[in-house]
Design a protein around this ligand. Structure first.
Ligand SMILES: C[S@@+](CC[C@H](N)C(=O)[O-])C[C@H]1O[C@@H](n2cnc3c(N)ncnc32)[C@H](O)[C@@H]1O
Length: 265
């Protein structure tokens, strides 16, 4: 994948991709499951999970909709999604061009997916049309507006964190990621013709060494070559930045995860 390709920036073939997804799941699954339970996911439902990563939520959904239900998990590279879960169909495809049936699904769920797609507006509209009337969407997408080191962090690591994160956000924006997308989700869902039912957001004061910090460290480790090539930081500075995520004495606020439930009228 070329850095200027407008497709997903972080390759699932990377040797630490699975560990990265496990960090994300450890940091987010409990909230996602509570949000899905709040929607009343039930046996028999047909569900769509675009961009499942390593598929913990797709697998949870498949168990929740049994008997009689079905989950379709569509990923550019679904190599980490389990293949042995009854009711879970794994599809290798680009969701931007994958043909979706009209009025078919009871539930569509995304997490940390739309934020990466420059075509997110059209994709949400297509996801909305794939829902049955009365069907529900749950979008859980990040927003970096709260991102900051803790106020009492020593000045040097705090400045390092701010400087490198600003460069990484600039780089990600240039590649089509929308770092303020989470807060724009309710409006995007309304434009797609959905009725917004519930809007929640959560974050975490992340301590270096925790599951969330592991996920973020691996994300920025995967970005390293691109970040160095773009001049975000020098190699030593970047290494010191990555080390912050392993330092239990360093804390920062994780991006806000905005969770929007909406239904098709
Ligand atoms: C940050 S991961 C999120 C994984 C999972 N949703 C989670 O929260 O644990 C984004 C996933 O979306 C997939 N993806 C990115 N662009 C895609 C596209 N255009 N079509 C299908 N999958 C895509 C990636 O391969 C990756 O598995």
């Amino acid at each position: 994948m070329q850095p200027d390709d407008d497709t997903y920036l972080l390759d699932n073939a990377w040797e630490l991709a699975r560990a990265r997804f496990e960090g994300l799941e450890a940091a987010s699954d409990a909230e996602s499951i509570a949000n899905l339970q709040q929607l009343g996911v039930a046996p028999g439902w047909a569900c769509l999970e675009p961009g499942p990563g390593s598929g913990s939520i797709a697998a949870w959904l498949a168990r929740a909709v049994a008997p009689g239900g079905r989950v379709v998990a569509v990923d550019l590279d679904p190599r980490h999604v389990p293949r042995d879960v009854p009711g879970l169909e794994v599809v290798q495809a680009d969701l931007r061009t994958y043909e979706l049936p009209d009025g078919h699904f009871d539930l569509v769920h995304t997490r940390a997916f739309l934020v990466h797609l420059p075509q997110r507006e059209e994709v949400i509209a297509r996801l909305a049309r794939s829902l049955k009337p009365g069907g529900a969407a749950l979008f859980e997408e990040p927003d970096w507006s709260t991102d900051a080191p803790e106020p009492e962090a020593p000045p040097e690591p705090a400045a390092l964190y701010r400087r490198v994160m600003a460069g990484l956000m600039r780089l990600s924006r240039e590649r089509g990621m929308a770092d303020r997308f989470g807060l724009a989700l309710p409006a995007a869902a309304r434009r797609a013709g959905l009725v917004v039912r519930r809007t929640r957001a959560y974050t975490e004061v992340v301590q270096g060494g925790s599951a969330s910090a592991r996920f973020e460290r691996l994300t920025y480790l995967q970005f390293q070559a691109m970040a160095l090539a773009a001049g975000v930081a020098g190699p030593e500075e970047y290494r010191a930045f990555l080390d912050l995520f392993r330092d239990p004495a360093f804390s920062y606020v994780r991006p806000l995860i905005c969770c929007v439930s909406a239904t098709r009228p």
